[in-house]
Design a protein around this ligand. Structure first.
Ligand SMILES: NC(=O)c1ccc[n+]([C@@H]2O[C@H](COP(=O)([O-])OP(=O)(O)OC[C@H]3O[C@@H](n4cnc5c(N)ncnc54)[C@H](OP(=O)(O)O)[C@@H]3O)[C@@H](O)[C@H]2O)c1
Length: 303
């Protein structure tokens, strides 16, 4: 049976987990009869994107889409390209592009939030309107967000997880975090000094919260499903290929699971890893303590 062709965009797909996601979509697509999903490999840098496509053997259904997710101009150009070249058709959007700050500075914190939170928000604002009926969006988050929230103040926990939280209120939370970071006032705001990778942690906690809001806002329009997914701790350039981490391919499986599982088995707006639903605030004290210890060594290697 011939199945419907899908148009799939993976951001930040020139390497790491995003590249593995593209590879898996490609494998899936070639195993179907007479089906060639169109896969848009997002890359902020053209050369790195072209090299990635070369590594895949230049398949005819994988196309480069230049997209810097932290730039509104770049997002508008990419949106127009999808409208012109692919009839404004999009079925699956994987917001994978992400960064970890390499230093403990306000500039690094701002660019981390610009890509990991504001960037995903902007991409979704522009591209979700192009999604077809039953389209799916994956916001690639991290348990670093839910474990970080566990050690934040009760007041912050309440605000991030409020069922009535709006995007404007979430933007304020993120802006207040950045102001407090700049004025060295984070503890007073409820972000403890032991919070590892502060800006990264807040960016992913905010992304998990954003996913719930987006699911509320968009699902009734075209039956669109939006999920936050943690790929698990994977050895990639993000963490200088940390020893003992799982493969990026396994991380990609965690993402693909959310595309291939029927929506009635998933909670729209939910946060998942390896197909398992996770809570917005991690509830495993021992896991959080182990993570804080482990992060101390990781911070030294990364920053
Ligand atoms: N690795 C892990 O253990 C882990 C765990 C949990 C969650 N995650 C999340 O998984 C996602 C992928 O991470 P990864 O481990 O595969 O990292 P990676 O190997 O460093 O790859 C990150 C990708 O994102 C791209 N990127 C960064 N900023 C961008 C921007 N502004 N616009 C467009 N692309 C941008 C990078 O492009 P360049 O090559 O141009 O830099 C690269 O293609 C991230 O969202 C990360 O937070 C990773």
């Amino acid at each position: 049976m011939t199945e419907q062709k899908r148009v799939i965009l993976v951001t930040g797909a020139n390497k790491g987990i995003g590249f593995e996601v593209v590879k898996k979509f490609l494998q899936e697509s070639s195993s179907k009869t007479n089906n060639n999903d169109v896969i848009l490999l997002g890359s902020r840098n053209i050369k790195r994107g072209e090299d990635a496509i070369q590594q895949l053997g230049c398949p005819s259904n994988v196309h480069l889409l230049q997209l810097d997710t932290s730039s509104k101009e770049s997002i508008i150009l990419a949106t127009n390209e999808i409208k012109q070249k692919y009839n404004g058709h999009l079925d699956i959007l994987i917001n994978n592009a992400g960064i970890v700050p390499r230093e403990d500075s306000i500039e690094a914190a701002k660019s981390t939030l610009a890509t990991n939170y504001y960037g995903v928000k902007m991409v979704n604002e522009h591209l979700i309107p192009l999604l077809h009926e039953n389209g799916r969006v994956i916001n690639v988050a991290s348990t670093v967000g839910s474990m970080g929230l566990y050690i934040c103040s009760k007041e912050l926990q309440k605000r991030y997880t409020s069922s009535t939280l709006t995007i404007e209120e979430l933007d304020h939370l993120v802006e207040d975090f950045l102001s407090a970071f700049e004025s060295h006032n984070l503890e007073h705001m409820g972000y403890p000094s032991e919070l590892p990778f502060k800006a990264y942690s807040v960016s992913k906690a905010a992304l998990i919260a954003l996913t719930r809001i987006e699911a509320r806002e968009y699902s009734h329009k075209k039956n669109i499903s939006i999920y936050a997914v943690c790929p698990g701790f994977c050895a990639t350039d993000l963490n200088n290929n940390a020893a003992g981490a799982r493969s990026a391919s396994l991380g990609a499986d965690s993402i693909l699971y959310m595309i291939n599982t029927p929506t009635n088995e998933l909670e729209n707006g939910g946060f998942y890893r390896d197909g398992e639903k996770l809570s917005q605030i991690c509830d495993d004290d021992a896991a959080v303590r182990a993570y804080i210890e482990h992060s101390k060594k990781l911070v030294e290697k990364i920053q």
